[in-house]
Design a protein around this ligand. Sequence first.
Ligand code: SAM
Length: 275
Amino acid sequence: MTTLRRPLKSLGQNFLVDGNIIAKIIRTAEPDPEDSILEIGPGRGALSDLLVQNARRLTLVEFDHALAAALKERYAGNDLVTVIDGDILELDLAEVLGKEQSAWKVVANLPYNISTPILFRLLEMRGLFSRLVLMLQREVGERLVASPDCADYGVTTLLLGLWFDIRREFIVPPTCFHPRPKVDSAVLSFVPLHRPRVEVGDEAVFRKVVKGAFAMRRKTLSNCLKATELASVEDLREILQQCGIDGKRRGETLSMEEFASLSRSLSKFSSTAEF
Ligand code: SAM
């Protein structure tokens, strides 16, 4: 049997040790005997041990070689479980998961140091998934469900919110982990939408408008958009006017529909541009 070594901070290893919270995450994921489930960062298997009891297929992706080896040993002989010793950010998910006919559920207590790149990777591959239940640093979770005009509202709110219904399920205190993180965590559920929440024209333009609007939070929307070089100063002025948006506002005050309206108009100027 493999012996446990100290958790690695560099891999965001804060293992769940609270049975009630583990059970609550599993209840939120609603595993079903028909489900194919992907768990990112299974660690010592706190969630995997329960997921395996109620899934048709469980694929575990663990970057820590020693933990992946221990999981392979633990589930040896169980045909339902596949352990991948790899990096979720590098893995070809379409290749690994795409062979299944049905969509995958994703369950994870994410490594907090790379949770944002993982979220964007999952966003990119959203067509593979039916539902995601993810534990994140509370602050990152708050950003995903924030409303305009509040400090948490920003790029991740808009880019993820365009393609997912996101719900904050519950907060998890540091005492539920070993070692204890310095901050609270939050469990959120994500359901991918078949169509974007609002029509944005060219999605690359939408991303550029949103990122540009939040790149300099203290500057006006006009100045932020100028810096994106998506259109000339004169065209920008006209577009803002057509969209009924005052260029003196700050990006954080715009609703998703207002960003979408800007993006639709700007898409006409940048249809061939690469971002
Ligand atoms: N699921 C376990 C639990 O809840 O106790 C462990 C969660 S721990 C917060 C994050 C896990 O992600 C660790 O096991 C860590 O080794 C793993 N990990 C870190 N970076 C990763 C990556 N790029 N790809 C896959 N797993 C990763």
